[in-house]
Design a protein around this ligand. Structure first.
Ligand code: RB5
Length: 146
């Protein structure tokens, strides 16, 4: 699977661990930074992953301290449905009901083991379609509100 990943400084350690895991699992991973633990602004990185997913498809993973700022940034980009998840259940629901295409995580919120489990659940779960499809269409239509 093609997966675009980024973090700010507060998500740097977890992001690097996830990149390593995802590559080891055979995924086609693009790491858009940050490339050091130096302080940076999360909207820059959320924007880059969101634009990549909107333009090229695949899925995105964003990590900051809480995941909140990254989810706000990514959801500003047309075509992106970013979900902040703290559990495997939320990750499965985000994919199966909301067709989320970007997963946001907080390094200061979830430990590395839970983060890995959340990412695996997110990647393994397909969109259910059916009654959820018209709801996602309505979500997408809100892109025009901006
Ligand atoms: C950085 O200190 C922190 O504000 C950022 O990583 C994130 O948690 C914002 O939502």
């Amino acid at each position: 699977m093609r997966i675009c990943v980024a973090s700010d400084h507060a998500g740097f350690t977890l992001k690097n661990e996830l990149v390593e895991d995802l590559r080891a699992a055979g995924h086609d991973v693009t790491d858009l930074g940050a490339h050091s633990a130096q302080s940076v602004d999360y909207p820059d990185f959320g924007r880059d992953v969101a634009r990549s997913v909107a333009a090229s498809g695949g899925l995105g993973v964003l990590v900051c301290g809480t995941g909140i700022g990254m989810s706000m940034a990514a959801n500003k980009v047309k075509g992106v449905r970013a979900a902040l998840c703290t559990s495997e259940f939320e990750a499965r629901m985000a994919r199966s009901h909301n067709d989320a295409n970007v997963l946001c995580l907080g390094q200061r919120v979830v430990g590395p083991g839970m983060a890995r489990a959340i990412v695996e659940a997110f990647l393994a779960t397909p969109f259910e379609g059916g009654r959820h499809a018209q709801r996602v269409e309505k979500l997408n239509a809100l892109d025009g509100e901006r």
